[in-house]
Design a protein around this ligand. Structure first.
Ligand code: MOS
Length: 734
């Protein structure tokens, strides 16, 4: 069986949900209105550690419209949610008087209106016995533990190789705590009806939320429905089931009313995870000719107390370059901070900043062009298996990116280009994201009117899932794009993987493809033995899907539409499921991650130290690009995020661990004025290990981007800033 090559894939179709979104018709969890709905408002700890001595709820309980005030003194025992791909759900809320971080939930006030709930919440009086707050990575009192995943890895003899290397770079790099900051405030609406729970919720994995709530409340998963048709951004924050979600469910149970709980912008800084800060020590040894002989990468990053989430800072390092001796080690330090979570390219964004900065420093030491150094040390094979990658256009990314950028015009000497009052610098870095996929199931239906409905309980966090999966289904079924509808974000649909690790497009694409093939097979089964059909006698291998039906290969007269088949057999529809599993090593190849090369031109004011990113070229190997427009958006978003990470983004806490810049006015993200035109070029070829040929690109652009900016700032000024964000103060300091 083959399917006709439809033009929908790799074209630049606009988002199928775009009209709904721009007209305000898309219902985000925040927009959900349920008749009789009450509103819940959180009260959060104003101290960083210690205990609640006394919590006075009397005034709040007596305030107008108040239905319930829930605290640790009247909450039932809640069970911690199950393991997810990124660790267990955080411990359930309000289970004791112990305070582990600033912004910890200490009470929930439910009232008839949001305004009443907010007013009453301000009346809750909490007396704390403050404890000692451990808030710094170098606090000797902090518990330190090895990172469970990806764990420490050693290849060869790094100590000896470093000792005997011709040239060495040893440096320490620091990355700041960042907050995901999606525009859409995280919101949960919970409604119980006859022991059946319906939850509208902001997340990246509806089935995961359902599992977690089932465990927390001790109810069967089949009595819970989670709906997440639209998400206003998440950037990883929706990968865990945060404590406000079970609290909303609990509030609905206690008040016997539907309840909405929406986090405030300030609460978004403490309640849905963040990128932990890190300190990374890197030692690289190389021969005079620019061959890497050893890389040692120690990462230390922050973790909450009483919570576990892996932080894969060094995950990409062993595979990054061909180098015989590599040692990576990760340590997590428990601090009294809000529990971290995952934020775009978790770990790899921070790890690549350190590694790609160190490579730039090494290039300077060696007097070799930084691009040339990377080309010389390109890793041809997967270190673990020794196999070639299933697809790898890294060198093509370097070549095309450099050509578009004009890299050859770069003088070797830093501080040698000027534009008026600004120093001008060119910097580059390699980006890469390891291959990650998880099992998905999709369901495909064709109805008697010839239209198709394909679905899986994935999410679309702005990535374009609706659009891309519609295209994949359209191609696989041979049904016109505008006659295919893709559904997601509903646990009544088959389970999908979490929209994380940039794995969804490839993995769900495989499942959608499999479901559609299974459906084609079912249609062939219906007509193969039916003398009334022009397709009578044909087998699956001999048909092609297209024009809303099946063609017999090489015989244009033998064609029948799905609608005609269903009508003749008096069937309303035909439905089949398909599943995907992550790709594994073949005899000759290992599943490839995605690759990129970033090139950045930075202008640094000679007196003021202000930095402007003036040009970015990102060359990307994402395998087969399923939709040019949405893929480009992903890369542009990642580059903008990388500029923010490099120059602006930082959670600032006072010495007691309170976040003092928890607003969009004070926590700076890259806005239009900070982001130049970004030239994105896609290179490479379809990856043979996925049905669609796609590889993950959602988080790719974040990797290496901050280093490319830092390297450009160095080239402009001669000043190496090893700590993010690269502020004016750091540029001017000596
Ligand atoms: Mo991404 S942090 O895996 O949503």
């Amino acid at each position: 069986m083959t399917t006709a090559t439809a033009p929908v894939i790799a074209s630049s179709l606009s988002r199928v949900d775009g009209h709904l979104k721009v007209t305000g018709a898309a219902t985000y969890p925040l927009d959900v209105l349920v008749p009789g709905m009450a509103h819940a408002v959180l009260v959060q700890s104003t101290v960083t550690s210690g205990r609640i001595l006394c919590i006075d709820t009397k005034s709040a309980e007596g305030a107008p419209g108040v239905l319930a005030v829930i605290t640790h003194t009247n909450v039932p025992r809640l069970v911690q949610g199950p393991m997810t791909p990124i660790g267990p759900s955080p411990p359930p809320p309000l289970q004791s008087d112990v305070i582990l971080h600033f912004g910890q939930h200490v009470a929930l006030v439910v009232a008839e209106t949001f305004e009443q709930a907010r007013a009453a919440a301000s009346l809750v009086g909490v007396t704390y016995e403050p404890g000692t707050a451990i808030v710094s990575l170098d606090d000797p009192a902090a518990a330190r533990l090895p990172n469970a995943w990806p764990g420490d890895r050693t290849y060869g003899d790094v100590a000896n190789a470093l000792a005997s290397a011709d040239v060495r770079v040893d440096a320490t790099y620091v990355t700041a705590e960042n907050t995901n900051n999606p525009l859409g405030l995280f919101s949960t609406v919970a409604e119980w009806k006859d022991d059946f729970l319906t939850v509208h919720d902001t997340n990246q994995w509806p089935h995961g939320v359902r599992e977690s709530l089932a465990q927390t409340f001790g109810i069967d998963v089949n009595r819970i429905r989670v709906l997440t048709p639209f998400v206003g951004g998440a950037f990883g924050a929706g990968l865990r089931v945060w404590p406000h979600v079970p609290l909303a469910v609990l509030a609905a149970r206690v008040t016997k009313r539907p309840v909405k709980l929406t986090l405030t912008r300030a609460q978004m800084f403490t309640s849905i995870g963040h990128r932990p800060n890190s300190v990374q020590r890197i030692s690289i040894g190389a021969s005079r000719s620019g061959r890497l002989v050893a890389i040692e990468h120690h990462a230390t990053s922050s973790l909450g107390i009483g919570d576990d989430v892996p932080d894969p800072v060094t995950m990409g390092t062993p595979e990054s370059y061909a180098c015989p001796n590599v040692l990576v080690r990760n340590t997590q330090v428990r601090l009294h901070i809000p529990p971290p979570g995952w934020m775009r390219a978790p770990g790899e964004a921070e790890g690549s900043f350190a590694l790609e900065s160190a490579l730039d420093e090494l290039a300077c030491e060696l007097g070799i062009d930084p691009l040339e150094l990377r080309i010389r040390n390109h890793a041809q094979v997967d270190r673990e298996s020794g196999l070639r990658w299933s697809s790898d256009a890294t060198l093509e990314c370097y070549r095309q990116g450099a050509a578009r950028f004009g890299w050859t015009r770069r003088p070797a000497q830093p501080r040698s280009m000027r534009d008026g009052h600004a120093f001008v610098g060119y910097g580059m870095a390699r980006g890469a994201l390891v291959s990650f996929q998880a099992p998905c199931i999709a369901r495909a239906t064709v109805y008697r009117d010839g239209k198709a409905f394909v679905r899986s309980a994935a999410t679309d966090i702005g990535t374009g899932t609706y659009t891309v999966m519609t295209a994949v289904a359209s191609e696989a079924l041979g049904v016109a794009f505008d006659r295919v509808r893709f559904g997601l974000g509903d646990t009544e649909m088959p389970n999908s993987m979490a929209e994380g690790g940039s794995g969804l497009a490839a993995s769900l694409g495989n499942a959608v493809h499999a479901a559609c093939r299974s459906l084609l097979k079912a249609f062939v089964g219906l007509v193969g033995n039916d003398r009334r059909s022009p397709l009578y006698g044909c087998r699956l291998e001999r048909v092609t899907a297209g024009d809303g039906g099946l063609h017999v290969n090489g015989d244009p007269r033998r064609f029948e539409t799905y609608a005609e088949i269903l009508a003749r057999l008096q069937l309303d529809e035909l439905t089949r499921d398909g599943a995907s599993t992550p790709p594994v090593n073949t005899k000759t190849t290992a599943p490839a991650g995605s690759f990129a090369a970033h090139f950045v031109e930075a202008h640094v004011d000679a007196d003021l130290g202000t930095i402007r990113v003036r040009r970015v070229v990102s060359a990307v190997d994402g395998g087969r690009i399923l939709n040019e427009k949405t893929a480009r958006s992903q890369i542009i978003g990642g580059v903008a995020g990388g500029i923010g990470m490099a120059l602006l983004e930082e959670n600032v806490s006072d010495h007691t661990g309170r976040i003092v810049n928890a607003s969009f006015g004070d926590y700076l993200v890259a806005v239009n004025a900070d982001v130049p035109d970004i030239d994105v070029v896609f290179v490479g070829s379809p990856d043979p290990l996925t049905a669609t040929g796609a590889k993950g690109i959602g988080e790719l652009a974040l990797t290496g981007m901050a280093a490319a900016v830092a390297n450009a700032v160095y080239h402009a000024t001669g000043r190496r800033v090893r700590s993010l964000p690269i502020s004016v103060e750091k540029v001017l300091a000596e």
